[in-house]
Design a protein around this ligand. Structure first.
Ligand code: ZN
Length: 308
């Protein structure tokens, strides 16, 4: 049972090994081509996913470019400082409640999409992403997994000057430039995963390993986040939760993404994102160093000097 849902040219497809199967075609029209609609009938999707051997594959993944498996979420939540080692490296106290912000859904992009950068301080954050299946309000922690359609890999790309430019800092815009939310490569249902409580997560920049951890180190786990959020907002089918990033981000030692870098982000069992970084322009605050950000720059310089 279980499924891996992909977006191929805007059409929903199920994946098995290296092959994909157009969902509208194999379901004989019971599902539409829209990947968002597929999330509304998860048990039917799982049942189809279990019998892919009975169908002829529509093609091979190697021959197509994947789009984001959840292309049009209603909301996209994200959590800051949700790994102990990342809170420590940022010199921040352990958060008493999840530090939640939003990424505007227009930033969501595909697993091999270019990241379009508009300053010299654009940073990566490898993250486990949960996608809501069954909608709900006031969802108890104990049953929260039942509301998860599946998991995928995400990058919470962040323009640090913009993230810290308001006082007090307001993260939404700095993390919502177009292309700043690659997700994928596919949406993997929980039944398809051996142990979704413990999966290695890692990120490298042009071949240099920068982040490596296990999602079991999350301070606030997915059931906690779902319970916490759903007390405030009704979680809808297709809503996305970026769950936070482990230690090793560029802002700590001053190693930001450069034009031409290849950003590779993997989670065990979920697959790999491969995003090329392209410096396309300067935004209007690209050279302005906000006060909250200048402290981070100074810390990075200190750290670099100490390492010499
Ligand atoms: Zn993040």
């Amino acid at each position: 049972m279980g499924f891996k849902l992909a977006n191929i040219d805007g059409r929903a497809a199920l994946v098995s090994g290296e092959d994909y199967y157009d969902l509208e075609k194999i379901s004989q029209g019971n599902f539409s081509q829209d990947p968002m609609q597929a999330l509304e009938a998860l048990s039917e999707l799982s049942a189809l996913g279990a019998q892919l051997d009975n169908f002829e594959a529509s093609g091979q993944l190697a021959d197509v470019e994947l789009g984001p498996p959840v292309p049009n979420p209603k909301n996209c939540y994200a959590v800051g400082l949700n790994y102990r080692n990342h809170a420590e490296e940022s010199n921040m106290a352990m958060p008493p409640v999840p530090m939640v912000f939003t990424k505007h859904t227009s930033c969501i992009s595909g697993p091999t999409a270019d990241i379009e950068m508009r300053s010299d301080y654009v940073d990566y954050e490898a993250e486990l992403v949960a996608v809501i299946g069954k909608p709900g309000k006031d969802i108890a922690k104990e049953i929260a997994w039942q509301h998860v359609a599946g998991l995928c890999v995400g990058q919470d790309i962040s323009d640090r000057p913009m993230q810290f430019s308001a006082a007090p800092p307001q993260f939404n815009l700095g993390k919502s430039f177009d292309t700043f939310g690659p997700i994928g490569p596919v949406l993997t249902s929980l039944e398809s995963l051996q142990d979704y409580h413990s999966m290695e997560i890692q990120c490298d920049v042009s071949g240099e390993l920068r982040q490596k951890d296990n999602v079991s180190d999350l301070i606030f786990d997915i059931p906690y986040l779902i319970a916490y959020l759903s007390e405030i907002v009704t979680l809808k089918t297709g809503d996305i939760i970026f769950t936070g990033t482990p230690a090793g981000v560029g802002v700590i030692d001053g190693k930001y993404l450069r034009d031409g870098d290849m950003l590779t982000t993997s989670i065990e069992g979920l697959g790999t994102l491969r995003n090329r970084c392209v410096r396309i322009a300067d935004h209007s605050r690209a050279d302005i160093v906000p006060e909250a950000f200048s402290k981070l720059l100074a810390n990075a310089r200190e750290k670099a000097n100490a390492g010499k």
